[in-house]
Ligand binder design. Structure first.
Ligand code: GLC
Length: 743
């Protein structure tokens, strides 16, 4: 707590007692919404009994759990992720906890009725939109549905950097660049919390793959960590101010994340001055005093752990002095602070009606903004001249695919295509009832649009041969708790090749969670990356394919041409058979496009890439510096015949005199713009560059250091397509590690 708050509180208590005012009037300061959150939190903790503090930091699962047979308190919202009883005496509501970053999920361990709610597109689509304002709107929508479903804690904010293209949860994260990920996830967190509920940011840190997630050790040097994954968390916390952070399952440099003093105390609470609380992931706690003293503040769903570590064992540890009383007080204070700072305490949740059509429109807009046009050899957008289309595969007649695991949101009707994939955890494969076929039919009333399921490649090819154009929907399911390879499954590569051989005008629409290999790329006339497109995905895909809206997504992740190009060609831990193993992140901060640039290798599609239906020219950027911060201004002109979305990107890197040899890569993304320009329109953009993007982190000095010299500022359409460059001199500078914390 800030010294101001504790001084203020002590004086007010002293003043109150001196005046003979009853202690309760002063010591119920926490009920006064006019008081700062830290003052209220201090007052509340001082009013708590030891039992109440211990209750607050000890979470339950929100549903029936088979192992051991465990039924949460009746107050829990059955089918939910978590529950912590409230303290009515102090006005503290229960913590009703729901997954996750894509909407209100239902945990299938219970026999509870499914909560049929609205699914956003995968978070990777939010990153592909390069549109924090849209990400905010998406967060605000799912947070409103959480509140109206009786939840006041939402486990959103997935932001682990996409280091592993085969990662099963890449669809829940925001790509490979720290600044882009932080901009969209920070905005999404702010959107969720705009409903007066707490959002998490997760999984802190380096949960980049699912293989061995409970036993792997992500090993990386402090400096590289600070300039990559930790920078994503740091910037997102500054932008979104999440009430809670969730520590990850894996180990970092051999220490479990939920008992890592380095992660939870040194980095998060000291260097970043984080005032919220750290909750564990479900089953991520392995000790009492080690975890508590490292900075864990709440054990989530204790029945997922080998045994309870908080609750009675924590009480005993405090009695024995193994965990200082001050640490327990700090745990309770942090939870209280988050409740006050987000409005949770003053705005009790209550179940309420939901406007699902309004929600669906938000999800559709988010999908439209994130769909990436990867190839277009004159076949898109579809126009009324196309009279006969055959649509093939991926249940496109019924809906669009969602990702699996704890973030799965069940739609109205629970599943448009039931019975696919594992029916237990982490399945089932859920299709959302937003049919691309139906949407295409209504968008092209003059065309005959037929559908084949694609099971028979020969029949599909024969149908394609008779049509003007073929659209193959190719889906790859990905999920928490399992990684995957980069090849499309179920013979889809052969299906695409057969259809494309029968009709040169073949468009492939991908529904998946990250990069895929495309052996048929030279045979397809068009390729669209739709990710897992959410509750309005079918309509969004149709609107982009028909040009009702421009394709405005850009890749938030590099699509490699082969596994050999990756920093880890073999998926780490594949043969570990459940035994602990290390993932040596020797590439350091050179994640994604930085790795490709450093090694001068050419990917299938680069970071930041995406086509529009129009074309743009880029003016020469001008660069101003003030107090170490660069401001880059430039113009972009729509040189085409139709409106379209420009997403100009700014990359910076050291040139003469600066410490290029020390950088992880030749350049870094430093900012971007996004705007729809009319034909012929020129728009001015301005990008302000955070000093940390010009700096390296010096672990010995515990500071960000900018070396003086000349830097190159590049204006591009992707990380591999720079259109203009400018040079700027930057003075040497040093920023203490905690000098950016605004908490
Ligand atoms: C899961 C996930 C986490 C989720 C939690 C509750 O295993 O790792 O993201 O929020 O447990 O379901």
């Amino acid at each position: 707590m800030s010294s101001h708050a504790s001084r203020f509180l002590k004086w007010s208590l002293l003043f109150g007692l001196t005046l003979g005012v009853s202690a309760t009037a002063e010591t119920t300061l926490w009920r006064d919404p006019a008081q700062p959150a830290d003052v209220r939190a201090e007052a509340l903790v001082q009013a708590m009994t030891q039992d109440e503090k211990l209750q607050l930091v000890f979470g339950q699962f929100g549903s029936v759990q088979k192992r051991p047979a465990f039924y949460p308190a009746v107050e829990a919202r059955m089918g939910s992720a978590g529950y912590v009883p409230g303290i009515a005496r102090l006005g503290i509501p229960p913590q009703w906890i729901t997954d996750a970053g894509l909407g209100v999920a239902t945990q299938r361990q219970s026999a509870a009725p499914y909560r049929e709610r609205t699914a956003l597109p995968g978070s990777i689509a939010a990153a592909a939109s390069f549109d924090p304002a849209m990400a905010y709107r998406g967060g605000a929508m799912i947070g409103a549905e959480a509140r109206a479903s009786g939840f006041n804690v939402m486990l959103g904010g997935g932001i682990d950097l996409l280091r592993e293209p085969r990662g099963g949860r890449n669809f829940e994260y925001a790509g490979e660049d720290p600044l882009l990920a932080a901009s969209v996830v920070g905005a999404a967190i702010a959107g969720i919390q705009s409903n007066g509920i707490i959002s998490t940011i997760k999984h802190f840190a380096f949960n980049a793959q699912e293989t061995g997630r409970m036993v792997a050790s992500a090993d990386i040097a402090d400096s590289a960590a600070r300039m990559s994954d930790l920078l994503a968390f740091e910037l997102a916390i500054e932008k979104g101010k999440p009430g809670a952070a969730m520590c990850a399952y894996n180990r970092v440099n051999t220490v479990y994340a939920c008992e890592s003093d380095y992660l939870l105390t040194t980095v998060l609470k000291n260097d970043w001055r984080y005032r919220g609380y750290v909750m564990s992931d479900w089953g991520a706690v392995h000790s009492t005093e080690k975890a508590a003293n490292a900075g864990l503040d709440q054990e989530s769903a204790y029945t997922f752990d080998a045994k309870p570590f908080f609750g009675a064992p924590l009480r005993q540890a405090v009695i024995e002095g193994k965990v200082p009383q001050a640490r327990l007080d700090d745990m309770a204070r942090r939870i209280a602070y988050a409740m006050f700072a987000t409005g949770l305490y003053d705005n009790p949740v209550a179940e309420a009606p939901i406007d699902f059509e309004a929600s669906r429109k938000v999800a559709q807009a988010a999908a439209e903004g994130g769909i990436v046009l990867l190839k277009n050899a004159g076949v898109l957008p579809l126009t009324s001249s196309v009279k006969h289309i055959v649509v093939i595969g991926s249940h496109a007649d019924k809906g669009v695919m969602s990702g699996g695991g704890s973030s799965t949101v069940f739609p109205q009707g629970v599943n448009a295509v039931p019975g696919i994939g594992p029916q237990g955890w982490p399945g089932p494969v859920v299709f959302l009832p937003s049919s691309p076929l139906a949407a295409l039919k209504s968008a092209l009333p003059g065309a005959t649009v037929e559908y084949l399921d694609g099971a028979d490649a020969k029949a599909a090819a024969a149908a394609a041969a008779k049509a003007d154009l073929a659209i193959v929907f190719a889906s790859q399911w990905s999920t928490e708790d399992a990684d995957h390879d980069l090849n499309l499954p179920d013979g889809l590569d052969d299906l695409i090749a057969a259809v494309a051989a029968a009709n040169a005008k073949t468009v492939v629409v991908l529904q998946n969670g990250g990069p895929v290999l495309m052996p048929w790329l030279d045979k397809a006339a068009g390729v669209v990356e739709a990710w897992f497109p959410g509750a309005g995905g079918g309509e969004a895909i149709a609107r982009v394919l028909t040009g009702a809206v421009d394709a405005s997504g850009r890749l938030p992740v590099t699509f490699p041409a082969s596994l050999a190009q990756l920093a880890h060609p073999a998926l780490p831990g594949t043969d570990a058979n459940g035994k602990p193993f290390a993932i040596e992140y020797t590439e350091g901060a050179a994640v994604g496009y930085k790795w490709f640039a450093k090694n001068r290798s050419t990917p299938l599609f680069p970071f930041g890439f995406g086509l529009s239906y129009t074309h743009f020219s880029y003016g020469k950027p001008s660069v101003a510096t003030k107090d170490g911060r660069l401001t880059v201004t430039f113009d972009v002109t729509n040189t085409g015949k139709r409106a379209g979305a420009a997403v100009p990107q700014i990359y910076v890197g050291p040139a003469a005199g600066a410490d290029a040899a020390q950088w992880e890569a030749p350049f870094r993304l430093a900012g971007w713009g996004k705007a729809v320009l009319q034909p012929g329109e020129t728009r001015a953009f301005s990008v302000s560059v955070d000093p940390r993007l010009l700096a390296r982190f010096d672990s010995a000095a515990r500071a960000w250091t900018v070396s003086g010299g000349t830097y190159t500022v590049s204006l591009g359409a992707s990380a591999a397509d720079f259109r203009q460059t400018a040079s700027v001199h930057v003075d040497a500078a040093l920023y203490a590690v905690d000098s950016f914390a605004k908490q």
